[in-house]
Write a protein that binds this ligand. Structure first.
Ligand code: VGL
Ligand code: ZN
Length: 242
């Protein structure tokens, strides 16, 4: 790895007087590939029509992740999908805030919230998974963002940072130790999901070429920096063991 996380970690090692085994193992992790076994899950984030070209919140080249993820998924025995799933009039929609436009930020009870075009409305075509995404071997779908007043970028904890989706419990109960994450969008739902996976104690990897970003005012660089801070490892699909 040549990313910022790797450099930071080496800097930390150089400056440390005592390096614990746990810190050493974390420090080395950026060089590693995840073990893919029955204790590893692939989390496929929000590969839905509205985030693909032609959708209401289209991520540039969002559809390009589909063949990469389909190929990746063949190597995993555990696959979970997340699905952005908003009621009409959701509080993250600019249309719910008179005078506000998409991509402006407002203050919500839980903090700042970017306003979006209406997207992924429950039961609509835009909320469906991309038609070419292989769903057959997915074991569960975690829907999120279904409470009108709370958004949820993360597949684990909603934007109030309190309300769990149930995914942590589901994965823990199944004995999962490692999460490999891909999908849309790198700087919002993928990043938040990866950060929460790491916080929940899963060894967490993001497959950068199996993701595409929105990149709003530096959000992509910020997302990678925040993920690195939490020891999320940035990998490429070709880094994964065959
Ligand atoms: C997402 C903005 C709003 C995402 C979801 O999937 O990254 N972004 N809702
Ligand atoms: Zn959304």
């Amino acid at each position: 790895m040549t990313d910022r996380g790797g450099i930071d970690r080496r800097g930390l090692i150089a400056g440390a007087t005592i390096l614990t085994a746990a810190a050493a193992s974390r420090a080395g992790k950026a060089q590693e590939q995840p073990v893919i076994d029955e204790r590893t899950v692939l989390i496929v984030v929000d590969v839905q029509n509205d985030f693909c070209p032609g959708g209401s919140l289209a991520v540039a080249k969002g559809d390009e992740v589909v063949p990469v993820i389909n190929a990746l998924a063949k190597r995993f025995s555990n696959i979970v999908l997340t699905q952005d799933w908003h009621p009409p009039g959701h509080s993250s929609f600019a249309s719910s805030h008179p005078g506000k436009k998409p991509f402006e930020t407002v203050q919500m009870s839980y903090g700042p919230q970017v306003l979006w075009p209406d997207h992924c409305v429950q039961g609509t075509k835009g909320a469906e998974f991309h038609a070419d995404l292989d769903q057959a071997r997915a074991q569960t779908v975690i829907r999120k963002g279904y409470r009108r007043e709370i958004d949820s970028y993360s597949g684990f904890v909603e934007a109030d940072r309190r309300t769990p989706t149930g995914l942590t419990g589901y994965l823990r109960e199944r004995g999962i130790l490692r999460a490999v994450i891909a999908g849309l969008a790198t700087d919002f739902c993928v990043s938040w999901t990866a950060q929460d996976a790491a916080r929940a104690g899963f060894d967490t990897y993001v497959v950068e070429d199996a993701c595409r970003a929105i990149d709003l005012e530096g959000s992509l660089a910020k997302a990678w920096a925040e993920m690195a801070e939490l020891d999320v490892t940035r990998i490429k699909a070709s880094d994964l063991p065959g």
